[in-house]
Design a protein around this ligand. Sequence first.
Ligand code: IFM
Length: 747
Amino acid sequence: METYKISENKFNTDKLQKFESIACQGNGYMGVRNSLEEEYVHTHRNTFINGVFDAPHEEVTELAALPDVTNFELYINSERFDMLTGTVNKYERSLNMKNGESVRRVTRTGENGIKVTYVFSRLASQTHRHIVAERVQIICDSDAQIRVVTGIDGKMTNSGAQHFGPAELRSYSDRRIGLYAKTLQSQVDVGVQSVLKSSEDNKYSVKTDRRGVFSCMQLSVNKGEPVVFEKISAYATSRDLGFSENDSVEEKCKKYLYDAVQLGYDGLLKLSAEAWNNFWETNTITIASDNKFYQKAVNFALYHLHIMANCEDNRLGIGAKALSGEGYKGHSFWDTEIFILPYYIYTEPQTARKLLEYRYSLLEKSREKAKKYGFNGAMYPWEAAWSDDGETCPLSGGMDLETGKSIEIHASEKEVHINADIAYAVWHYYIATGDKDFMEKYGCEMILSIAEFWLSRVEERNGRYEILDVIGPDEYKDGIDNNAYTNYMAYFNFCLAQEIIQNISDEYRKEFEKKIDINGLEICLPQVMDKMYLPEPDENGIIPQFDGFRDLKDVDYSLYKNKEKVGMIFDDYSFEEINKMRVCKQADLVMLFYTLRNQFDNETVKRNFEYYENCTLHDSSLSLCIHSLMASRLNMLDTAFKLFHKCCEVDLGDNTDNSDSGIHSASIGGIWLAVVMGFGGVKAENDALTVEPVLPDGINSYSLPIIYRGSKYRLTVSADEADMERLSGEQQTIILNRNNITGLRNK
Ligand code: IFM
């Protein structure tokens, strides 16, 4: 198995969309689904630019479906290239994650009897981030006429939702073509320009349709002689970082295209491949195993983690499907802070900071949201897009198969744990990087504002402070009281706020007082913390996920666990019925041991892990990684490894079609979590980095990079030893539990 390749050697239209997602190309600025050049019914062509959101037709805002440049119609003696007709003699297609290039080789004998070999190549440049470059090489086994039609197609939609008003189409004397349009609601200007060249003389023309402009080339080829078409395209938008009122997207495109055309496809590939190479040199994680699938899964995770964030722009988050598909509309959830951010904290801390700054930019809208619901402080959106959009969570979605009615979504109001997750992430970033500047400028204000929210959200009942009517991480339960994860995390947020207030300088106090009631916090925090309800283990040692969880009706978990499709329980029960069952969609109570593991003794963690693992269906892609991580921490290595394997299969497995609308960003972050924080046992504590590695049977050794407080390390773990080598920076306090390593294999 080639561990850097996502490939297929059989053409199957059912798998088109999955390949488009998992082999998506991009660079943080844009994401381009890996669609085939020619059109098939199941093709879901899409290009997204991070931050270009739009809310057409009264739907919630979403990443706009941008004009497409990946389309190519190819005609050999008037017969159109289509792999569903003629005879496909040879087919192979792959994305090389090492250099970011995708290549497809097809040999097809047409109905006209001409055997033609096509090589399609494509990249989204790492160094010229507005550029998509494509190349098609054609060799015919007889003399032939070739016609190519390719251009900028503005007819793209997200499941039918169009995002642009009428497009202006242009053709220039230097053979560039251009399309310019504005998003319907957000009024973002988007420009795309392309230029097509061929290796042989050609007859060139331009054609247009209602929302597209296309270059057409016609030429003759001799038998066996290759002809090459190169298409380079540039995107620019008025949302681009640094774009000013005096700029025009047309001029920007022209400039980007001019620079790129000088380099040509090969030059762009060379530079982009070098950039990828630099990335892999520093970030490679090696997993030595008899099964190469694990190395591939880790490479896959690193590849996508690298292209999902815009490392330059603090106005942008990471969508639940990143830039690989329209699923979840490009919105950011808690997925970022809890599942994805740790990768950036420990490998690209400057990007982690940008992502948290993005959350800071949502603070004003979060204050407005808190007011709307009658609370104080900042109540973060459950789903976030462009900061001005505030809460973007839809109020209903899908259909309950049992009741036939659409399902109401209460997450924006009730899934409040996201607030504590963000405060936690700020703290996590801080203790791992020591970035005081971030805390002073953004982090403290975020933690304090969220603490204000919690103070107004808790309710005094039964002589204690409780948090009622919430949705915890387990989204199969709506309107529950005292979700343990939420309560503990809110309490942790209080602790952080209290620490900040105790240490705040007069100068900062004055500054914060403009927006935050510091006196109020100072008085109320100790009172509420003193009586905050933090659910304790019951007589069986089990912490209830929420009030009454243990009294809920049981169900035969084996009917719904480990199935090829998630959510199969909905075939048999309505959402309301599931709400009353003792079954979890995803890691919930166990999440608590991941975030606040030091607050619980090992016996409690083990007992609860076993109890909750049994009734968790892992119907969300955010679940397996956390259970795997916890199993590693509990030294339950077979379980950890099995769950890790399944986590790797979320996007890379054979059977799933749930990647069609995009990859699962959190699960991809989760692959990293399961390896680095699970097997590697890496975790920043208040004043040290603890490293407690384990080695499950399926892995012979592994090695991974970690940045802690500005110093770079590489952790290497084998059956005989664990070593934390410092590669650069000053020596930091690292607590490596060597005693646990030796002889680990035989435990
Ligand atoms: O944030 C998650 C949630 O936990 C489960 N449903 C999907 C969301 C987006 O990934």
